[in-house]
Design a protein. Structure first.
Length: 263
């Protein structure tokens, strides 16, 4: 095998992956760096204006401080209320357009759910050896327990994408502009690629019990489809996010929080 995992302080991690951990780590580092750079660029744009009473622009860090202070201007309780009702459950959109609300909920929670489960799975890679002094079997158990919620969030994302495509294909009136928004199609097709390759990779991996890398049958480890899914998902859903219209998944909630719900 090309790798048997990464040893850290005598503990072995990444020994049950389906692709070489070096490929995954490099892709993850690149994605995180690009995400941070993109976030800084966006904050710098927001901080270019000169506020009333100020003599110079806020700058990136000033913009971040201003956003945080505005969010909690009316207290933590009010901020949590807006976060739950207006961001998580999007009550304002629900009042105006039910189908659009349903589509947004499916895509937003499908993406957030898969992100959370990915973080949980990654944390479990380290939790077994370091916290519970167990071998790879701890992570294998966690991974199996996440299969059902992974499927649920995946199908939510698929249904949301289907609705988004249908709205853009059959939109009329003012909504016809959505049909010609190339960046929308990049977003939708990118998410579709992530989901389709993800389901295929899961089906492929489901043919065998998750085990140590050296126990995998020939062709399973470093399978091109699985590798493509892992790398493309990191680059598209993390690195590309601050540079795309996809970024509205961050800016829209921030705007709502800064405006304390608003209308």
């Amino acid at each position: 095998m090309a790798t048997e995992g990464l040893t850290i302080f005598g503990k072995t991690v990444f020994d049950t992956l389906f692709i070489d951990y070096r490929i995954m780590v490099i892709a993850a580092i690149i994605s995180i760096i690009l995400f941070i750079v993109g976030m800084y660029i966006q904050l710098e744009k927001w901080g270019r204006g000169i506020p009333e009473g100020a003599t110079k622009p806020y700058g990136a860090w000033g913009a971040l401080k201003m956003i945080i202070s505005k969010i909690f201007e009316k207290g933590i309780g009010h901020a949590l209320e807006v976060l739950i009702l207006d961001v998580a459950f999007q009550r304002r959109t629900y009042r105006r357009r039910k189908l659009e609300w349903f589509m947004h909920i499916l895509i937003f929670w499908g993406w957030i759910g898969l992100l959370i489960l990915t973080i949980v799975a990654a944390a479990a890679e380290f939790a077994g050896p370091f916290l519970f002094n167990q071998d790879h079997t701890y992570f294998v158990g966690v991974w199996k327990s996440l299969e059902l919620p992974n499927n649920i969030f995946g199908y939510m994302l698929v249904l949301g994408i289907i609705i988004a495509i249908a709205r853009r294909l059959f939109s009329t009136g003012k909504d016809v502009q959505a049909r010609n928004a190339d960046i929308d199609w990049i977003l939708i097709l990118g998410l579709l690629i992530v989901v389709v390759t993800g389901f295929y990779a899961q089906a492929l991996r489901g043919d065998v019990a998750r085990n140590l890398i050296e126990a995998y049958p020939p062709g399973l480890f470093n399978n091109l489809t699985v590798m493509f899914h892992e790398v493309f998902t990191l680059l598209f859903c993390v690195a590309y996010l601050p540079f795309s219209k996809y970024f509205h998944m961050i800016t829209a909630p921030l705007t709502i929080l800064v405006n304390h719900g608003g209308e």
